[in-house]
Design a protein around this ligand. Sequence first.
Ligand SMILES: Cc1ncc(C[n+]2csc(CCOP(=O)(O)OP(=O)(O)O)c2C)c(N)n1
Ligand SMILES: [Mg+2]
Length: 578
Amino acid sequence: MSQNAKVKELKVDTTAASAGPINGADLFIESLKKENVEVMFGYPGGAVLPLYDALYKNPIRHILARHEQGAIHAAEGYARVSGKPGVVLATSGPGATNLVTGITDAMMDSLPLVVFTGQVATGVIGTDAFQEADVIGITMPITKHNYQVRDMNDLPRIVHEAFHIATTGRPGPVLIDIPKDIAGMIGEPEFVTEVDLPGYQPNFKPNSLQVKKLRGALVQAKKPVILAGAGVLHAKASEELLQFVEKMQIPVVNTLLGLGGFPANHPLFLGMGGMHGTNTANKALYETDLLINIGARFDDRLTGNLAHFAPSATVAHIDIDPAEIGKNVETHIPIVADARAALKKIMSLDFEAPKADEWRAKLQQDKVENPLWNTEDGEGISPQLLMKMIHEITEGDAIVTTDVGQHQMWTAQYYGFNKPDQWVTSGGLGTMGFGFPSAIGAQIAKPDKTVVAIAGDAGFQMTLQELGLVAELKLPVKIIVYNNMALGMVRQWQETFYEERYSQSLIPVQPDFVKLADSYGIRGYKVSTEEEAAKVLRETLTDNEPVLIDCRIKPKEMVYPMIAPGKGLHEMIGVKPQ
Ligand SMILES: Cc1ncc(C[n+]2csc(CCOP(=O)(O)OP(=O)(O)O)c2C)c(N)n1
Ligand SMILES: [Mg+2]
């Protein structure tokens, strides 16, 4: 997309156009206010000091994380549960590069972020000036779009475009790099209320012909299945999905990121699909004759070996991003549209539900024969039962965030997400260190909700500095460390695929998490049995205070069932208790 989009004919906001001479830093704050920004997450430094000075005089709520990575994961958690863009501000050089993981994470999981980075002054760009980094070059492939402001008069337009691009179509991160001298320049720019981006026109309306094709396929189908991804959540289409499913009586599989888009306790829900999905979900994806993908991207962790993915299916794919259609899986009925609009359109056509009684009965039987299971012996807390306890005590209504690893998969399998926007996880990038700070952002977005951060003992140690933020803001985040003294998921792969050579996956030395919490003035507990866990969880998950609970889980428990790398959906291992 061109940065030099025409601005001449744009509608200007006459209420603010008379702001008079203003400097770039004040203009930055005013531009954020125009976008109704209520909170931003950031960390100051030299190149953004003028922006922070303007913020001091004209405040917008600013959350001072303890590391830029904490700030951006918090912004992601905020965006995921609020539906509003997360706003981040960091300084040039190391401030900006510390954001790179979070920006990539947001890009992979389609989260709307507007990220501001400071830059060295325009006169010294390219001279290896102090704290200079080529943030535009670095973030080009990991942003939906990025800008460097070269004229302060462009700032209102750029900010307005950035919020538009981040939040429309397939959401994603947009970055604005602001050289230090821009903040000091004086101008009389106009605020715009429209965008003119000829190269960026997301299509929301489904094509009637393709929708009719889908109707034709539905009428014929004997083994239909819906694969519902995060696109359902982004499009706020859960209600429509439920209506469609109930009308058509089609079984539903969720992707990892799509959990909560369809109620887990619904009789037609088959579970999560993919590497650690349920046997029934994967069986359905393997045997289906009509696969309707709504807002999922056919990620390899979902499909397994593509040669064995839905081999007999007519594939329909509804996605707002045309680049997703046919990317990994041959698609027969492409519907480029907003998921909600597409579902409404299909339901507006009158036709009978597919005749799939036999199929539903078969899947139902598989659900009964091959449920998720857990070991019953061995020392330590069963991680699966622990998750069931957390579900029960929070009445299935908490916002739950995770890090990446075994605990993430157990949460996905066992929490049982019945509502949209309760589930915050790093799916595409699989970022350890994401879970805890994203819970902070989620709690800031939803102060009245119970927010539970499920963290691995290793992942938690990547961003635990944000305990300072929990203490400072008195956020009642519930931090539950699934402690197996290991990089559990790495250990699992080494046990299964590397003949138990546990190379660098065990962590013999850890902080005393109880004392660590205490040092921040946060309650800490260590629990080693299911009885202790039940007692502490009951006492602490329902009140309005932060808590950290170090849960000693069975160190050798495996996440099952599983599709080994390179294998197909029909080749799950660990389906039955071993
Ligand atoms: C930043 C980052 N580094 C490395 C990995 C690879 N990795 C995936 S899971 C995992 C182990 C995580 O251990 P822990 O946080 O204790 O969770 P567990 O699997 O034990 O539940 C590792 C190292 C990753 N996903 N992210
Ligand atoms: Mg671990």
